[in-house]
Design a protein around this ligand. Structure first.
Ligand code: GCO
Length: 413
């Protein structure tokens, strides 16, 4: 690592790029539980999204022109297995073409197998709560890995399991809108089992086919948990939340030796300030007084680049490579996007200097896209999307980031 005149040089072979997820960009994902849920919500629906299912080559041309050498995408289970046990050759062929389109452009694919959405048949027949869930997920992943395995080295089995289980089963904001600790616990347990089974399967398939060692992980969402005051309650609550929300899933997989690296999704800070010692308060209260103010993104999340450094240092104990699988900002104006990227890359560079083996950085997202229950309002993209004409327009921040991707160097200013 070079620090001369504030310039930061990243390691050779560092993966640079951006991330997307099928439901948020592809459009027409009619066989999924989210699609069905959107139709009844009275909120904005994903509809055609970015039409990425048909326009992916155009998008990958853009990624290449921006000097990305890696790209994270997700395979949509509902398309691949629209009915239980019946696999769609068309969908499998499509994803093989997608991955090859990346390879042709010199871009390393990072493939996610589950990014929040489920096939309708699965959701209706017990979903992730059912004890058959890990086996069902394994069967789908097996079909995908047998087709894509030759071309894909990096796999993310499940995106943000803790966000999925809490939003869908505890806070009741995503389908199936449950609010139950017990149901959340069952789903978490099934997701751990599912990941471990898929981790082993991918390694086995690679051995059977004589392919190079795969790198398999999850994408773990982590929030920087900063105590608002120096009192015991604030400090204890921050520690507890870190253990439960940031580390517990990773710990469960590390104990089972089922992670080749850690995929980290980082966006924001929580200023922790519980009003009492009750468990609800310890787990969710944040400061309401605007103590320690920081800038915010367009949906009100704190922007806190130091948090990425602090979390990366905490990951050192696992002794595993770390890939930043998502980090990004939604903003009304583009100027703050480059500042966000630059400041977070400084944190990554500091962490590398402190001995954390970070191997890549994937900005969320390549394109503006469908931000779940928030609809199309938040604009995360390096590339601006016109949802009427589907025209794509590269933002100035994308060009600044492209320079870092091209040179592997973050300049001082
Ligand atoms: C997540 C997902 C993405 C989001 C992104 C911005 O982290 O929730 O992986 O699907 O769109 O994080 O909120």
């Amino acid at each position: 690592m070079c620090y001369t005149s504030g310039m930061k040089k990243f390691p050779d072979g560092f993966l640079w790029g951006a991330a997307t997820a099928a439901h948020q960009v592809e459009g027409g994902n009619i066989g999924s539980d989210w699609w069905e849920w959107e139709q009844t919500r009275g909120r904005e629906r994903s509809g055609d999204a970015c039409r990425h299912y048909e326009l992916y080559e155009r998008d990958f041309d853009l990624a290449r022109s921006l000097h990305h050498n890696a790209h994270r995408l997700s395979v949509e289970w509902a398309r691949v297995e629209p009915q239980e046990g019946r696999f769609s050759d068309d969908a499998l062929k499509h994803y093989a073409e997608v991955v090859l389109a990346l390879k042709d452009r010199g871009i390393e694919p990072v493939v996610t197998l589950h990014h929040f959405t489920n096939p309708l048949w699965f959701a209706r027949d017990g979903g992730w709560e059912d004890r058959r869930a890990p086996g069902r997920f394994l069967r789908y992943c097996d079909a995908v890995v047998r087709i894509l395995g030759k071309h894909v080295r990096y796999w993310i089995t499940i995106n943000e399991p803790t966000i999925y289980v809490s939003h869908s089963f505890l806070f009741g904001v995503w389908p199936p809108q449950a609010r139950s600790l017990w149901r959340m616990w069952r789903v978490s347990r099934n997701m751990v089992r599912a990941h471990v089974a898929v981790f082993r399967m991918i390694h086995q398939v690679c051995r059977d086919f004589g392919l190079r060692e795969p790198a398999v992980s999850i994408a773990q969402h982590m929030t920087a948990l900063v105590p608002c005051g120096s009192g015991l309650r604030c400090r204890f609550a921050s520690w507890l939340r870190h253990k439960i929300f940031n580390e517990s899933f990773v710990d469960a997989l590390v104990r089972r030796r089922a992670l080749d690296f850690i995929g980290l999704n980082y966006y924001s800070r929580q200023l922790v300030e519980p009003s009492n010692w009750g468990i609800r308060s310890l787990l969710s209260d944040v400061c309401r007084e605007n103590h320690r103010p920081v800038p915010k993104n367009s949906v009100g999340w704190d922007i806190y680049p130091e948090g990425l450094y602090e979390l990366l240092l905490k990951l050192k104990k696992y002794d595993l490579p770390v890939m930043i699988a998502e980090n990004g900002i939604c903003a009304e104006e583009d100027a703050s996007r480059w500042i966000f990227i630059r400041d977070h890359l400084r944190s990554v560079s500091r962490a590398i200097g402190a001995g954390v083996p970070v191997t890549g950085y994937l900005y969320w997202s390549l394109l503006d896209n469908f931000e779940w229950e928030k609809g199309f309002g938040p604009r995360f993209g390096l590339v601006e999307m016109n949802y009427r004409t589907f025209e794509r327009k590269v933002r100035p921040s994308a060009l600044k980031y492209a320079e870092v991707c091209r040179t592997g160097v973050l300049s001082a200013e």
